[in-house]
Structures are given as structure tokens and as C-alpha cells.
Design a protein around this ligand. Sequence first.
Ligand SMILES: CC(C)(COP(=O)(O)OP(=O)(O)OC[C@H]1O[C@@H](n2cnc3c(N)ncnc32)[C@H](O)[C@@H]1OP(=O)(O)O)[C@@H](O)C(=O)NCCC(=O)NCCS
Length: 139
Amino acid sequence: MAVARTHRNAGLGSGLLQTMARLGETVALTAGHVGCRGTLLEVELVDGPPPDADRTLRRRRATFYLRHGALRTGATVPRPPRAQPEMPEWEIMLLPGAAWSGVIDAATRHDLVRALMVEGYGLDPSAGWLALHLAATIP
Ligand SMILES: CC(C)(COP(=O)(O)OP(=O)(O)OC[C@H]1O[C@@H](n2cnc3c(N)ncnc32)[C@H](O)[C@@H]1OP(=O)(O)O)[C@@H](O)C(=O)NCCC(=O)NCCS
């Protein structure tokens, strides 16, 4: 998600985020996913690599999502084995939807990582590093 520099800090990003979350939930419900728990967000880890990352900007961005009701889940996006050291790490946040149970536990984290990598990115859950990562997150 991005807003053109010249139009930032005027509320457009906030409107976009809320609209996308509502639309996403409508699409999920229309597709029969009545248990839709919300919108998954990938947010750069404030203290993650690379060493020279702009932490202030990252903190500002994370605060933006938290201010809009996103929850910190404690889950991160699995790092591929051949990831370059300068590749950032992302935490997974959840913007709760109507069917959100209010509980973030190991099962929730496992579901979120699987949803992102398998349903979202279309990776094979039985493939090497991802299978190991998923197995490690099983409660
Ligand atoms: C994040 C972003 C979409 C917000 O859009 P916006 O229209 O400026 O948002 P709003 O006016 O509704 O809210 C302003 C808030 O956005 C965040 N924000 C503003 N500029 C930002 C920037 N350059 N980078 C990250 N977050 C920024 C801040 O939390 C700001 O509140 P603050 O001034 O109190 O710190 C926009 O800044 C952007 O496109 N950033 C670059 C791309 C990006 O970081 N996308 C998110 C990827 S996870």
C-alpha cells in the first residue's frame, strides 16, 4: 500500500487501509469464508535487518497500523534459506474482522503463516524450508 509523497499525511492512507479491510472481508464472505478473522498485514520489523534501515520510519509505519486497530501477533514471515542479509524481516499483524475471536495463540500464528505463504503466495506447504517452519509453529 502506498500513497504518493505529495498526498501523504492527509488521511488518504487511513481511508485506504480501512476500505481495503472492509472490501477484503466482503470478498472473503462472498466466497464462503464465513470464518474470516480479518486482514493480514506484513509490516517491516522495526529492529530487523539491514543494519542501516531507517528505524524511525519503520516505527512510524508500524504505529500507523497499530493506531488503526492492527494487532501484533508475534508471528513473522518465514525467511527463505537463501535470503540476502540485507533483506528486511516482516512481522505479521492482524486487522481484526467480524469473526475475530480475540485470541492470539500458537494456533493463530500457525494459521496466519500458512495463510500468507500457502494461500497468499501459493507456495507448496510440503516444500523443504517452509514445511520445517510450519511444523515448528504447530502448537
Ligand atoms: C504509509 C502510507 C500509506 C500512509 O499514507 P498517508 O496518506 O500519509 O496516511 P495518513 O495521512 O492517513 O496517516 C498519516 C500517518 O501515516 C504514517 N506515515 C506518514 N508518512 C509515512 C512514510 N513516509 N512512511 C511510513 N509511514 C508514514 C504515519 O503514521 C503518519 O502519522 P504521523 O504523522 O502521526 O506519524 C504512506 O506514508 C506511504 O505510502 N508510505 C510509503 C509506502 C509504505 O511505507 N507503505 C506501507 C508498506 S507496509
